[in-house]
Design a protein. Structure first.
Length: 88
């Protein structure tokens, strides 16, 4: 198994993680896995993400040349929580 961003991954108890598993905690979101879980071979656990419109740094929505500015897109991640006694 490979754990990316282990500082964001929390294992709560006796969890079996088989070979080829990738756990992606490096996206800035927490991953919590409960007690007595089994994660099968070749599984990839990745937090869900969604895109939101970012905030403009000022109220002016036009560029210097008068064209309309596009709002910056921001990707946000939700925490991934796997309950206890779960098989994936």
């Amino acid at each position: 198994a490979t754990i990316h961003g282990p500082q964001n991954v929390e294992l709560r108890g006796k969890t079996i993680i088989e070979r080829g598993v990738n756990i992606y905690g490096d996206e800035g979101s927490k991953i919590r896995i409960g007690r007595y879980c089994a994660i099968g071979e070749g599984v990839a656990l990745t937090p869900a993400s969604y895109v939101v419109d970012g905030m403009d740094d000022d109220d002016n929505t036009n560029d210097d040349d008068g064209t309309k500015k596009e709002k910056e897109k921001v990707v946000k991640y939700l925490p991934l929580i796997v309950g206890s006694n779960t098989y994936i």
